[in-house]
Design a protein around this ligand. Structure first.
Ligand code: GLC
Length: 421
């Protein structure tokens, strides 16, 4: 194994807490949903059995209504805010009260296809659980059946402080929020993290959900925030296709019909999210009906979703090429030409390897080889020169956030490493 491959495997092993990994030893000391799914792709490069276990432990947190929560709390230490008592969710293990981007079905398909005989039993056991989770998304986060999936908390999108939520967040009243103490700003430079004002509003939205007894349908319809997210929409659309292929491969064809209806609806959703003046897809605030006013990198996940529309695709690719030409280390999470761009603040500008992986895979599959190779080469250069950081400054490639980050190591092993040429 090359040195960096070795180092990446060491990071995964060091962040392994026995069947599940933490995203980062100190900043995120529990199990996170899409981090675990991506971690499994990394483990699969050297320990396929361990990769399956990561997904299986993630589903230990699944709720009776199908939701797989964004955090599973794995110990009751006071080293993370907001912990279980803030969420007030019943159940064991304790969890947060909303979900995160559903990449797991795509990962399960990949694990199964690596070794069908070793994976058949485990894939078959996960199939109904994945299906229940996807159904939960379609029914409670798209109750009108428009083909777009709403985030009801910025954390549900996996992109905490993206400018996509600014207008909706401005309407959340932070007055009266219960006093609390953050831990994150003691681990990482606060200039790279969401602001205090953001946090007050994050906590208020949680308090609303808790008061509504985590009635997810009601939260989507009446809660403080509901923004249709191209990230959730495209990742679920892709995962639905993978789930359908997996069901077929396992001979569970009866399940495929339900999934086919979801896949059809995603094409309508994509049309709704397209903003011609931005030449991209954009988040849509379901309360105000207004779209976001800038380009976040999740728009480029349309390729990953397999939702092709020739006219839109050409414009979208031109937007991506424009953004890449202004960012030496792409793909920036937000358009560098926009006044809200902030090169080192989390989801308002930095480049994230996990997003590059998803965007890059989509471009590869769509045959857009030049742009795909650029995205992969940038990811490789970033990790080679700065290390396994959580995210990176797109202007100079310096590392930001926490180091020795689980999904950065996993993306290296599964995709960015030259060993995967
Ligand atoms: C942050 C990210 C989210 C990720 C989590 C753990 O909250 O925004 O996407 O899952 O950290 O790494």
């Amino acid at each position: 194994m090359a040195d960096l491959d070795q180092r990446a495997a060491e990071i995964l092993n060091a962040n392994d807490r026995g069947g599940f990994t933490v995203p980062s030893a100190r900043l995120y000391p529990h199990q996170w949903n899409w981090d675990s799914a991506i971690a499994a792709l990394g483990f699969a490069e050297f320990d396929l059995d361990r990769a399956w276990t990561e997904i299986e432990t993630l589903f230990e947190g699944q709720w009776p209504n199908g939701m797989v929560p964004h955090i599973i709390f794995r110990h009751d230490g006071a080293d993370y805010f907001p912990g279980p008592s803030v969420w007030g969710c019943e159940g064991s293990p304790p969890t947060s009260g909303h979900s995160q981007p559903p990449v797991a079905a795509t990962v399960v398909r990949a694990l199964y296809e690596r070794d069908r005989s070793a994976g058949a039993r485990r894939a078959r056991a996960l199939l109904p659980k994945l299906l229940a989770w996807h159904r939960w998304f379609h029914e409670t986060r798209d109750p009108e059946g428009r083909g777009v999936i709403a985030a009801t908390h910025p954390w549900e999108s996996g992109r905490d402080n993206a400018p996509d939520w600014d207008a909706a967040m401005a309407r959340v009243d932070p007055q009266g929020v219960t006093a609390y103490a953050r831990h994150d700003i003691h681990e990482v430079d606060p200039a790279m993290r969401p602001t205090q004002d953001d946090y007050d509003r994050y906590v208020r939205i949680i308090e609303w959900g808790r008061a509504a007894s985590w009635d997810h349908l009601r939260i989507t319809r009446e809660g403080p925030l509901a923004v249709a997210d191209p990230g959730l929409t495209f990742i679920l659309a892709r995962a639905d296709r993978d789930l359908s292929a997996l069901a077929e491969a396992l001979g569970e064809t009866a399940r495929a019909a339900e999934i086919a209806a979801w896949i059809d609806r995603a094409a309508e959703g994509a049309a709704l999210l397209w903003q011609d003046h931005l030449r991209s897809y954009a988040a849509l605030d379901l309360r105000s009906g207004l779209p976001a006013d800038g380009v976040s990198s999740v728009g480029f996940l349309a390729f990953y979703a397999g939702l092709s529309d020739p006219r839109r695709d050409a414009r979208l690719l031109a937007t991506l090429d424009r953004i890449l030409s202004s960012a030496p280390f792409g793909v920036p999470s937000f358009d560098p030409a926009h006044p809200k761009f902030d090169a080192r603040r989390y989801w308002r500008g930095p480049t994230w390897p996990v997003m590059n992986y998803l965007i890059g895979r989509g471009l590869e599959e769509a045959g857009l080889v030049d742009t795909a190779s650029r995205v992969r080469a940038d990811t490789r250069r970033l990790i080679e020169s700065a290390g396994f950081y959580e995210y990176f400054d797109p202007r100079d490639g310096s590392g930001a956030g926490a180091s020795d980050f689980t999904w950065t190591a996993a993306v290296w092993l599964a995709w960015a490493s030259p060993s995967n040429a």
